[in-house]
Structure formats: structure tokens, C-alpha cells
Design a protein around this ligand. Sequence first.
Ligand SMILES: Cc1cc2nc3c(=O)[nH]c(=O)nc-3n(C[C@H](O)[C@H](O)[C@H](O)COP(=O)(O)O)c2cc1C
Length: 515
Amino acid sequence: MLDFLSSIAWWGWVLIALALVAIRDVFFQKKHTISHNYPIVGHLRYWLESIGPEMRQYFVANNREELPFNRIERGWIYASAKKENNYEGFGTDRDIYEHQHVFINNAMMPFKLPENHPNKIDKTFLPCAKVMGEYNKRKRPYRPASIINVSAMSFGSLSAKAIESLNKGVKIADAYHNTGEGGLSPYHSNGGDVVFHFGTGYFGVRTEDGGFSMEKMIKLVNDNPFIRAIEVKLSQGAKPGKGGVLPGAKITKQIAEIRGVEVGKDVLSPPNHKAFSNVPELVDFIESIAEATGLPVGIKAAIGKLEQWEELADIMLKTDKGPDFITVDGGEGGTGAAPPSFADHVSLPWVYGFSDLYKLFKSKGLSERIVFVASGKLGFPAKAAMAFAMGADCINVAREAMMSIGCIQAQICHTNRCPTGVATQSKWLQNGIDPTLKSIRLAQYFKTFRKELIEITHAAGYEHPCQFKMSDVEVNVDDHNLSKELSKTYQYEKTAVPFISMQSLKDCEHLGGAR
Ligand SMILES: Cc1cc2nc3c(=O)[nH]c(=O)nc-3n(C[C@H](O)[C@H](O)[C@H](O)COP(=O)(O)O)c2cc1C
């Protein structure tokens, strides 16, 4: 027998293996019709389908056609993060006559920096022109020292090494780091300013029965003075109103400790908050946290219907209370995992949602009281300029920040198999990340972003992007004579932000939230 087996040539073994696969395909498997009908070759289809996205990304898709971020956008972030040449040669490769293309109106003569101007000393110095918590006289008001910051992404959706890189990076760039829903982890404590964020799961500030614990909130803020503000999540653009389950299998000892849940047991994030069930109760909840912690408190939401927002605005007018900041997330926003029906269809894209909300608050005379934070693919200087023209005061970036530390847009965050180690809990995959190097990459991306935004601002004749007006930006509707200024398209004028000079921002006692 052994003699017979050893006499079979290698190609004989290949034929035997193929014959066995063919027998299995035809007689013993019922799941795949293609493999049954086309034994052996049917497998090729599944394999080619599985590598299709990579093939298209590398070889087929043109520079401008991929979503969520095309190759030019990704390339600009990678080059900025590595401090490489991020210019393009030979002029734009975009069709600038295309529908919805954005134009920023430049001034005849750009803004001229006087001697000793803060931007002569530091070309990337660009703090927020408004102070969070100033109007409501919170004990610890906070002027973000950077207009670009890291958006909510939890430890759990991102790896420990990625969180550490982001936190060290915001420290270098003087920005803040939003924790996302997973609680405050040790990886958020590397010196950067932190905005503590929580949703309906109350992770990190959770009672045993899954409610909100004010006691834990106070302790957390007192133990971690680098927490500068608190954000209550009502919804996010990728899955507004959708609850979620954190499967027990993903709850390691460390995650359980940080989130305040049990090891190995499924945890529900319901669609609704337990701590409040209507708008007046939300306002009371915000006030009670601000009172207990002394910090500015804001809300994050994706925008759809406006009735409850109008109720909030009316309560704010009547009681002189309410959120210190509102983070408006666009429907195009990212997530670790969401059903396509939600990600594609529920809630308005940023431009539509923000303009609806801002217009509402402006009509009630409330726009000056609120710091408007904007997120939804806004991590590019020209897009940010448009957001500022519409009334945004700060930009939060999530996926752009991920890309600056190595994400390649593989779009498999939900599988725990992220090849770059950014969005996975696999120790092996995340070991490829060097947080010291990646933190510098994030900081360089943020600084390049700020420098280019300042340059665009100067080109438009201004000193700070808060001075952009709706009439400074136009959106193409096919011909210049038809293209409309933002104010005509969205039918409001932005409230002027009280800005004196960059020097006065530099001298502000609340810059960076000093205690
Ligand atoms: C991996 C990942 C995790 C996220 N986790 C949260 C979260 O915990 N809470 C939240 O409000 N938004 C979360 N988001 C949404 C982002 O904070 C942000 O609002 C959205 O992605 C839009 O910003 P971007 O276009 O710059 O990515 C997450 C996004 C990503 C990509």
C-alpha cells in the first residue's frame, strides 16, 4: 500500500484533492448553489468576490470615485500626517463645474499678518473663537486650543494602541480627545485634554442596573482633571435612534472594569436614555451634571425632525439654561458597526442637518450662547471653511484621525480583523502600531490642517475662520450665474462671532481650560 501511495506523482495528488472537493461540492454541501452547479471553479467566484474591494481600491477606482473617502482625500491625510509633500501638480483633477462643488470667495488682497501676530510665531495656532460654558457661567469654562479635535470613538471600537496614539497626538497638537461611549480607559490618560462622552449605556458612569450614576461622574471628573467637558450622546449620524448590544464574548476583564459591566455577559445600549425621557428632563440632566462637576456639558446628535429641538430652544430661552455646546453629526458619519439601512438613510447629511438646526437656534437669538461642534467628513480645510461659514465653531474628526494613524479604509471595523490594528482588539494586529510614531502623525495632520485652514482664511481676507460669512462660500448649481451663496441656498445669515484678534485668544485665561 505504502509503495503504491509513494508511486503517485505530485500532480496525481492534486487531481485526487480536486476530485474530493468536487464530490463534496456536488453531493455533500447544500449551502452554495454555485459550487454545486459548477464544482471547483465555483469557489473562484467567492474568492474573487472577497478580494474585490482591495482590487478595486488598488487598481480600478479612479482618484475621486471611492467612498467614504477617495484616494486624493486619503492621500492628503497620509501625506500631511507624515509631513510629506501634500501638494498636487498641474492643477486640480476635479471637475470644478460639477453640481454641489464648493467655492470659497477669495479677497482681492489677502489678510496681512502684522508683526508679532501669533501666527507669525506659530503658523498652526488656531484656537476656538468661543468658550464652552462661558454663557452659563460654569465653574471650569473651556476654550478648545484647537479648532480640530478627535471625535467620539470608544476603547472597544478602537484598539488600546490606537487610543493611546490619539491621546498622545492631541497632547502634541493642543487638541482634545473625545472618549466615545466606552468610558475613560487608561489609554485616554496620556496627557491630552479629554471630552468625556457617554450614551445610553452610561459606560464608565453606570449604576448596577444600567442607569446613570452622578456619584461616579463626580469621582471620574475629580480623579481626572484633564477632562475638560462632558458630552451626552443623543444620537450619531451613522445610526441615530439605534440601540446596540455589546456581546459578552468581547467583554474582557479590562473592558468590563472600564465600562462598569460584568465580564462575558451581553450588555445592552438601549435606543433611549434612562436618565431622562423628555426635553425638559434633558435640560435638568445637563444642568445637574454641570452643577456637580463644574464642567461645560453638551449634547451630540444627528438631525432629522426639528420639533423637539424647537422645544429645547424655547426652554433655553425661558429658563436661561441648557447645553453649552451642541455637536451636530452628519448622516454621512462613520461608526464601528451599523446596518446599511441606518447608515445610508436615517438622518440628514451634515450640511442639511446643521443648516436646519443653526437656523432654528438663530431665529430664537440663541446662536451666540452655544458652541457649535461639527462632524461628518469635515477633516479637510476647504470643507471646514464652509462649515465655519455656516456657523460651526469647532470640527471633530473620527475616520480622518484614524487614517492619520494608519487606517487604510478597509471598512471591516465590525469584524475585529482590522489589518492596521486601529479598529480591532486582536493583540497581534495592534502590536504593529507604535504609539509614539503614530501620535506624531496625528499631531502633524492636525497642524497641517490648521495651517491650511488659516491660509484659506487669509486668502478670503480674514484673520480667523470664525469670521467666514455665508456669503463667502458658494455652492455650484451648474453655472456661476445660477450658483448660490450659502445664505441664499440655506436662507439664513450666520451670527457674527465676537472675535477681537488672535492675540486676545492667545491671552485668554480659559485657553485649554486652565483650572
Ligand atoms: C470606529 C468609530 C467609532 C465611533 N464611536 C462613536 C461613539 O462611541 N459615539 C459617537 O457618538 N460617535 C461615534 N462615532 C462617530 C464619530 O464620532 C463621528 O461623529 C463620525 O464618524 C463623523 O466623523 P468623521 O466623518 O470625521 O468620521 C464613531 C465612529 C467611528 C469611525
